[in-house]
Design a protein around this ligand. Structure first.
Ligand code: VTB
Length: 331
C-alpha cells in the first residue's frame, strides 16, 4: 500500500484497515439480508453494492476497484476503475463481490456472502467478468501436487498420495453445471467423492483450506472475479491454486487486452493474481459452512465475519452485535 507515508505508518494503517474492512462487508451483508428469501436477486445485490460503496468511501484509503460489479458503462456502482475511499491514505486495489451468491440470497439458500479483498495498488489481477478455469487445494502439500493442465484422474490420485489416503477418501467440490459433467465422471471413476454447489465458488475454494468442511480439492470453471477473491483468501491462509481465464470471443479478447492482459492463455498461480500482501474479509448473508448468516434480533442485528491478513496469516472470526445499526450506517 504505497504512497508518501512511511513504512511504519503504512504497517499501522494496514493493521487498522484489517479491522475496518469488517465494517464494509458487515454492512453489505446486512443490507442484502434484509431482502433474503424475497426472490429479488437484483435488488439484494444493489442493496449490498450501495452499502459497501458507502462504507468503502469512509475508509482512509485512495482505492481503485479492480474487481467489481462490471464495467463502467453497464454498472452504476463499484464498477471496475471506480475510485473509493476518502483519499487520505495508501493507494490500494480493491476486489469486491458485495453479494456473492445473489440467487442463494434470493432463495434464502446456504452460503451467500458479502466479500472483499484489498492490496497495494497494482498488485491484484485486473480480471474481466468472464469464466476462469480453477483448481485449488489446501495448505501443507508439496508444490505441484495438482496441476490445472493435468487429467482430473491424475490430480485426484496425486492428491490422495500426498495426503496419505485412498482416492475414495478425497472429496472434490465443483459448481453443479453441465459443463463439469466430464470432470465429475473422472473424479468418480478413480473413486473420489463429489460435493456439488449451486453457486458461491469463493467459499468453495476456501473450503479446501478449512479441514472441518471435509473438502480436499476445488475443480472447474467459475467467475474470474470470484477467482481473484478466492486467491486473496488462500494467499492469507495457505493452499495452492492455479487458474486460466476463458477468453472465447473476440470481444472478450479485446476487453482483456484493454485491461492489460497480453497473454490470454496464461496459467496463473496465486502470486500472479495477488502479487503482494493482502487483506480478505467475508460476512455471511445466509448461513453456510463457512459463516453464519445475518440474524435480525429484537434488540440487535448479529453478523458473522471472517477476516484474514496475509502479512501474519492471522484469521479472525468476528461475531458482532449491532445495536444502533440504522443510526450509524448513515453518512
Ligand atoms: C460462480 C459462483 C457465483 O457464478 O462464479 C458462478 O461463485 C459462475 O458462473 O456465485 P455460472 O453461474 O454461469 O456458472 C455464480 O454462481 C453467480 O454469480
Amino acid at each position: 500500500m504505497t504512497s508518501s507515508i512511511t513504512v511504519a505508518q503504512h504497517l499501522l494503517l494496514e493493521r487498522v484497515l484489517t479491522i475496518e474492512i469488517v465494517r464494509v462487508t458487515e454492512r453489505a451483508a446486512v443490507s442484502a439480508a434484509r431482502l433474503r428469501g424475497h426472490g429479488k436477486s437484483k435488488a439484494s445485490d444493489q442493496a449490498a453494492v450501495d452499502a459497501m460503496r458507502r462504507e468503502l468511501n469512509k475508509l482512509p484509503i485512495d482505492g481503485t476497484v479492480v474487481i467489481g460489479e462490471g464495467e463502467m458503462d453497464e454498472a452504476p456502482m463499484l464498477f471496475i476503475g471506480e475510485k473509493v475511499g476518502n483519499k487520505s491514505g495508501p493507494k490500494v486495489d480493491i476486489a469486491v463481490d458485495p453479494l456473492e451468491g445473489t440467487t442463494l440470497c434470493a432463495k434464502n439458500m446456504p452460503g451467500a456472502i458479502a466479500t472483499l479483498a484489498m492490496a497495494d495498488a497494482g498488485t491484484l489481477l485486473h480480471a474481466p467478468d468472464c469464466y476462469m478455469q480453477k483448481i485449488a487445494i489446501g495448505p501443507g502439500y508439496p508444490k505441484g501436487t495438482v496441476d490445472l493442465d493435468a487429467p482430473t484422474e491424475e490430480n485426484i490420485l496425486n492428491l490422495a498420495k500426498a495426503k496419505g489416503v485412498k482416492p475414495s477418501e478425497i472429496t472434490a467440490i465443483l459448481l453443479d453445471r453441465p459443463r463439469h459433467g466430464d470432470m465429475i465422471e473422472a473424479i468418480r471413476k478413480v473413486g473420489g467423492a463429489v460435493a456439488l454447489i449451486s453457486d458461491g465458488d469463493v467459499a468453495g475454494v476456501i473450503h479446501c483450506a478449512e479441514p472441518k468442511t471435509g473438502i480436499d480439492i476445488y475443480f472447474g470453471s467459475g467467475g474470474a472475479p470470484e477467482g481473484v477473491l478466492a486467491a486473496a483468501a488462500l494467499r492469507c491462509i495457505g493452499g495452492q491454486m492455479q487458474t486460466r481465464l476463458v477468453i472465447d470471443t473476440e470481444e472478450l479478447r479485446e476487453r482483456t487486452l484493454k485491461m492489460g492482459i497480453k497473454d490470454a492463455k496464461k496459467k496463473y498461480e496465486i502470486e500472479d493474481m495477488v502479487k503482494g500482501d493482502c487483506l480478505f474479509a467475508a460476512t455471511g448473508v445466509t448461513t453456510g459452512p463457512m459463516l453464519g448468516g445475518v440474524k435480525f434480533g429484537k434488540h440487535f442485528i448479529e453478523t458473522d465475519t471472517v477476516v484474514m491478513r496475509s502479512v501474519t496469516g492471522t484469521v479472525r472470526r468476528i461475531t458482532a452485535e449491532h445495536r444502533q445499526f440504522e443510526k450509524f450506517h448513515l453518512d
